[in-house]
Design a protein around this ligand. Structure first.
Ligand code: 4AD
Ligand code: MG
Length: 461
């Protein structure tokens, strides 16, 4: 269909002023007045809509064009908008209806709650909030790839179906073609799955890290960017069953090196979104988080805090707060604890470093104190953890023992152990959750509003 994209017209005033143009789009707002009617249409090429003026003498069927989400093809002359000479609007000469939209279309011109919009994921993408969200998601993904490209990382694709549990938390979705068979329920799991597609138990990956390490120990600096899956039994506003993770893995990097890399990457991607998506961010600033843009600018301009886990426990104990989960050295930081540290004490991103080893996964480098590991989480105000990060245990014997201590199967990790046998080196990596990062960047409070079809317990559309 021969037409010009709205973005082209909006961005190139000189080229289009007083010229005739044909644009397509959906009616996003409409207003009727005495002799003219106004449409704002959007074809997806731009966050901003294009205003179309309908002279009722010329466009006789203007009434049929007013229902929201009617799809149209408009031909007319580009003129300076009356209220803002910097932008163009179109004086329609001919309007063709491509698809009408009946009045039961559920998204009308009134405020709708995010909860209401969640019931119609296929339609909410047409609203301004979700247009801003998905444009930022797109820009953020581009920023991430650019950061790694500019810094000589190799993008690697790790498998989605795996036989290992990287985080050792037993939150794996099983992948099976035989399903559950009551007749066989007394067999051991291993026997049972011997008849399955892979001849063993398989699942959806919770993290690409283990395969990422394989690649990093051949190519130095790599990153993954792909979907990961967790059957977490928690129904919270920041847990999804399917989420995208960005996992760089860097050979010859120790914990402080990887913290520097994570900091640089976060600053880079936030700066990129600030530059590329000012209109989208303005929407979130206006409707979802006052001070959002200043907060993001501050992320770019200021240092992040770095805080020992032991010190964090001290601060929490001295806070005088009544936490639901009591605080003792050795306890995991719950979201209420993270929130206190980020929202009330530091008010900026905070790396909490050197967690107790019993809280963390088998692969993390054990510190000489025998109690903690070289691991850090990056916590941010309003969201909590957005990055899980560690130096990896590079010593064969210590790693083997950590696997055994957790009752895990050594044979499932033979490749992984080999990496420590054949030319082991210090190396480190981290995982950034894309949707958590989006929550932080947009101020949206629920992870379900960062993905097209969010996956969570009991929720599959
Ligand atoms: O802290 P996690 O579990 O770390 C790992 O998976 C490591 N293997 C990463 C690595 O070192 N390569 O998860 C990393 C990040 C979290 O900080 C969080 O942002 C996100 O992934 N995440 C989730 N996001 C949404 N829903 C969930 N259920 C998430 N679980 C983790
Ligand atoms: Mg974590």
């Amino acid at each position: 269909m021969k037409h010009t994209f709205i973005k082209d017209v909006l961005l190139n005033k000189k080229k289009w002023l007083n010229k005739s143009v044909t644009v397509c789009g959906w009616v996003r707002t409409s207003r009727d007045s005495k002799t003219v009617a106004f449409l704002e249409i959007n074809d997806g090429s731009s966050f901003k809509h294009m205003q179309v003026i309908l002279d009722k003498e010329i466009i006789k069927n203007f009434n049929e064009l007013l229902p929201l989400c009617t799809s149209v093809k408009v031909t007319g002359k580009c003129v300076e908008a009356q209220n803002n000479s910097d932008v163009l609007e179109i004086n329609a000469e001919k309007v063709e209806i491509l698809g009408s939209c009946p009045p039961e279309y559920p998204i009308q011109k009134k405020p709708h709650t995010l909860e209401f919009l969640r019931t119609m994921p296929h339609l909410r993408v047409r609203t301004n909030t979700f247009s801003a969200m998905f444009r930022i998601r797109h820009a953020l993904s581009e920023a991430i790839h650019r950061y790694f490209w500019d810094n000589d990382y190799m993008y690697v694709h790790t498998p989605i179906i795996t036989g290992s549990d990287c985080e050792g938390a037993g939150e794996i979705f099983k992948v099976t073609t035989i399903g559950y068979d009551a007749k066989n329920k007394f067999k051991s799991e291993a026997d049972y799955y011997a008849n399955d597609f892979f001849g063993c138990q398989a699942g959806l990956t919770v993290s690409g890290q283990l395969e990422g390490e394989v690649m990093a120990l051949a190519y130095g600096k790599i990153y993954t960017f792909g979907p990961t899956f967790r059957a977490e039994n928690s129904n919270t506003s920041r847990h999804a069953a399917e989420f995208w993770q960005i996992e760089p893995e860097v050979a010859f990097a120790e914990i402080d090196d990887i913290i520097e890399i994570a900091t640089a990457m976060i600053k880079y991607i936030v700066k990129f979104v600030l530059e590329k998506c000012p209109d989208e961010l303005a929407l979130f600033e206006r409707f979802y988080e006052k001070g959002l843009i200043a907060k993001l600018q501050n992320v770019v301009d200021s240092e992040f805090e770095k805080l020992d886990y032991t010190k964090a426990i001290d601060i929490l104990k001295k806070s005088g707060k009544e936490f639901v989960y009591p605080v003792e050295w050795g306890c995991d930081l719950q979201s209420e604890h993270e929130r206190y540290l980020t929202d009330e004490v530091f008010k900026c991103p905070v790396f909490v470093v050197h967690y107790p080893k019993d809280l963390k996964s088998f692969y993390m480098k054990q510190n000489p104190d025998g109690k903690t590991v070289s691991a850090t989480d990056l916590l941010v105000p309003g969201v909590g953890e957005i990055i899980g990060c560690s130096e990896r245990e590079a010593d064969y014997e210590k790693l083997k023992q950590a696997i055994l201590d957790r009752g895990m199967n050594l044979s499932d990790y033979d490749n992984y152990l080999d990496l420590r046998k054949f030319g082991t080196v210090p190396h480190s990596g981290f995982g950034l959750g894309l949707e958590r990062m989006l929550m932080y960047i947009t101020g949206i409070g629920n992870i379900r509003d960062t993905a097209i079809y969010p996956r969570a317990k009991g929720e599959l559309r």
